[in-house]
Design a protein around this ligand. Structure first.
Ligand SMILES: [Zn+2]
Length: 102
């Protein structure tokens, strides 16, 4: 991405109304965000749950036998099958167990 485009993105970020909340994607894939003119909604749950599953799989499978690519593949398979309630449950555990950064 060009620096100029990034500057424009940052300008929009500074101006647009932003809401952070869970968005139910229904039967379709998880919704990461929505947009209306002048307003964006960001759902952090899918990205965070994806990272949680990925890193926990690294805890289970050693790097000697499981490449990052293999872990990514397993992550995708697990996350694709998660129900709305499972997404929320994993995110909830994450929020309750996360230490604030120093
Ligand atoms: Zn990894």
């Amino acid at each position: 991405m060009s620096k100029k485009l990034l500057v424009r993105v940052m300008a929009v970020l500074a101006q647009v109304e932003i809401e952070e909340r869970y968005v139910n994607g229904g039967d379709k894939e998880m919704v990461h965000g929505l947009r209306w003119p002048g307003k964006i909604v960001i759902n952090p749950v899918p990205a965070i749950v994806d990272s949680i599953v990925h890193e926990c799989l690294h805890e289970i499978f050693p790097p000697e036998t499981h490449s990052d690519r293999a872990i990514r593949g397993m992550t995708t398979k697990i996350v694709q099958k998660l129900s709305d309630d499972e997404f929320k449950a994993i995110y909830s555990v994450f929020k309750s167990r996360t230490k604030p950064s120093p």
